[in-house]
Design a protein around this ligand. Structure first.
Ligand code: XCC
Ligand code: SF4
Length: 625
């Protein structure tokens, strides 16, 4: 069966995107949707997870006629092994990003960097306390060093324990211990997954799935949590502030610089450089009215949350941002940076600059950033952008519509302080049913789905049912563009949620950050569970990654489920070739960890599923008669 060709209106819900896709077609620039069409139909074996390339006796394809690979692996094992490696790559990505923050903190502690310092000393002390590092008698630098050294051990196998497990409710910890899935060391468990999935090691699908859960817990309560907390300590803990989103944040009369990727280590330095008084003088001389910095994807979320830097868009907007013809320079760190951006940049005057030695892009200019040179490298990059303004072809520039306003900056600290310092008012609102529950809507875009359609409908349906939304990652741009991140959106919520939002002056969709910041949601759930004396699985909460695409998103989904949070996915991972693994994911895990996955591409149906889940949890807690 061949699918009907999609029209532009089938690709995205946004006017700014439609306008840029049209411009791309007119100018002959290839986009992600063109390449998806070229790739379709996808290999059905791969889609079901039934291919294996783990050795050269193969590659093997498992089917009914040929049920075992050359080594004897069946469908269950083939799927479990490849899913194990899939989530291990996701956990590795978040955790290696976290490691960069640990290294930076370590350098601060050692006095080896003048580029980075501790911005939130109080948080450093709080975190030290939580992970069992003594702070009395230590200077801030000494404490930074001690915290960094403890976290370095979280990656290894000396501790056999993660510092942030202190946050996990006791019931959950007991369950993990019983199942043998308490993460021991972030790197250790990831490497063990690579070992287990070599031919002839772990050859039991269920055992592999349990280890997958362990690896992902090491991401959520380890690598990602470290990334989030150290970013706050070094660059400041987010507080509520206003921001803007969509391609309208680009300026016709200024030199536009986009930051893209995930780590704030590069983008925060760029921001300093943009604000440098010397630079401001230099830009005047070029005819540009100034330098305009805007974000994409998670780097964008990081600087939006902390500094209110405008957000140009999410994953599927990255090519389109360059297609405006108004971008002087795009500065990238790592993850989710489509290699195609180099080719799209080449169609315009845009300079594509990579910064991390672990993320080189063929055809790009590389300006390596590290903790000793970041300040001067950032100045160099800004000067490249200033100089490039003169090469802009104004006849090719087309910037769609005005940006939409949004409210951002809802770290847990900010949420708790809005509540008067304790989670009690939120718990009271939950008990009273004013807020019936909370759902984290997280994750990416995927060109297989209509861009941001599932995100926005799902959020609207849930807030109508008095369910509070916490948003991270690429889902954020969707909510922002839909106006759901403004306090006025409370009018679209049910009566209970509306009243709560109005009394606090907050939107019904709270921005809690980037993808690593899903760790904030885990932490908040733990705080609620601990205060109420229950397990996370007992809370009326859920998660959803409606338009996910990445290995990282799968890791997030699995750590959410293994932490006891029911998780909706808009499309399935490549596991459907195994009944054992699929049944485990969609139901069996409920009996094991108290939560499971649900797959549903229709946002209306997904909202019903999530609502039903929240209803069940409320009833079990005795909150709904
Ligand atoms: Fe990447 Fe984090 Fe996904 Fe966006 S949301 S496409 S992972 S940038 Ni995490
Ligand atoms: Fe085939 Fe087994 Fe080798 Fe995989 S590990 S390629 S199933 S022989």
């Amino acid at each position: 069966m061949t699918k009907a060709k999609r029209t532009i209106d089938d690709l995205t819900i946004w006017d700014d995107a439609i306008q840029m896709i049209r411009k791309a077609q007119k100018e002959g620039v290839e986009t992600v949707w063109d390449r998806l069409e070229q790739q379709e139909p996808h290999c059905p074996f791969c889609e079901k997870g039934l291919t294996c390339q783990k050795c050269v006796m193969g590659p093997c394809r498992i089917s009914e006629k040929k049920p075992r690979g050359v080594c004897g692996a069946d469908a269950d094992l083939t799927v479990a092994r490849s899913f194990g490696r899939f989530v291990a790559a996701g956990a590795a990505s978040h955790s290696d990003h976290g490691r960069d923050l640990v290294e930076t903190l370590h350098a601060i502690g050692r006095g080896r960097t003048t580029n980075y310092k501790i911005l939130d000393e109080a948080k450093l002390k709080r975190i030290a306390d939580e992970i069992g590092v003594e702070s009395t008698g230590k200077s801030i630098k000494e404490l930074a060093l001690a915290v960094a050294e403890s976290m370095i051990q979280d990656y290894g196998f000396l501790h056999n324990n993660l510092g942030f497990l202190s946050r996990v409710p006791q019931k959950r910890k007991d369950l993990w211990n019983k199942l043998g899935i308490t993460p021991r060391g972030i790197d250790r468990d990831i490497v063990e997954m690579m070992h287990r999935t070599h031919m002839g090691v772990d050859s039991d699908a269920v055992s592999l799935c349990l280890h997958s859960a362990k690896v992902c817990l090491g991401d959520g309560w380890g690598g990602s949590m470290i990334g989030t907390e150290l970013s706050d300590i070094i660059f400041g803990t987010p507080t509520p502030k206003m921001g803007k989103v969509n391609l309208g944040v680009l300026k016709t009369d200024q030199s536009n610089i986009l930051v893209h990727g995930h780590s704030p280590i590069v983008s925060e330095m760029l921001l300093n450089a943009v604000n440098d008084p010397e630079i401001k003088k230099e830009v005047q001389a070029t005819g540009a009215r100034g330098i305009n910095m805007a974000g994409l994807c998670c780097t964008g979320n990081e600087v939006l949350m902390r500094k209110g830097i405008p957000m140009a868009g999410n994953h599927l907007m990255t090519e389109l941002a360059i297609i405006t013809g108004a971008v002087e320079l795009i500065l990238v760190d790592y993850q989710c940076i489509m290699p195609s951006l180099v080719q799209v940049s080449d169609c315009y005057h845009t300079k594509f600059v990579s910064t991390s030695d672990k993320a080189l892009f063929t055809g790009a200019e590389h300006v390596e950033f590290n903790y000793t040179n970041a300040g001067s490298q950032a100045l160099k990059v800004v000067r490249m952008a200033i100089e490039n303004f003169g090469r802009r072809d104004q006849t090719k520039v087309e910037i769609p519509q005005e940006p939409v306003e949004l409210m951002t900056g809802f770290s847990n600290e900010a949420i708790l302080s809005a509540l008067g310092g304790t989670p009690d008012p939120l718990i009271e609102a939950l008990k009273a049913g004013q807020v019936r529950g909370a759902v984290g809507i997280v994750g990416c875009n995927n060109p297989k789905l209509k861009h941001d359609y599932v995100h926005t409908i799902l959020a609207r349906e849930l807030i109508k049912k008095d369910i509070l939304i916490l948003v991270t990652g690429c889902a954020t741009s969707a909510m922002g563009k839909a106006g759901l991140m403004m306090p006025a959106a409370a009018n679209q919520a049910g009566e209970g949620l509306k009243a709560v939002c109005q009394s606090l002056g907050i939107p019904p969709v709270l921005h809690v950050g980037s993808c690593v910041d899903n760790a904030r949601i885990l932490h908040l759930c733990a705080v609620l569970a601990n205060t109420m004396g229950v397990d996370i699985a007992d809370l009326p909460v859920a998660a959803s990654a409606p338009e996910w695409y990445s290995e990282k998103a799968a890791a997030i989904g699995l750590y959410a489920v293994a932490s006891g949070i029911y998780t909706h996915l808009g499309l399935p991972p490549n596991i459907t070739g195994s009944e054992t693994v699929t049944n485990l994911a969609l139901g069996g895990l409920e009996d094991v960890v108290g939560a499971c996955f649900a797959v549903e591409p229709d946002p209306f149906k997904a909202a019903e599923l999530i609502d039903a889940r929240i209803r069940t949890k409320r009833t079990a807690l005795g909150l709904d008669a």
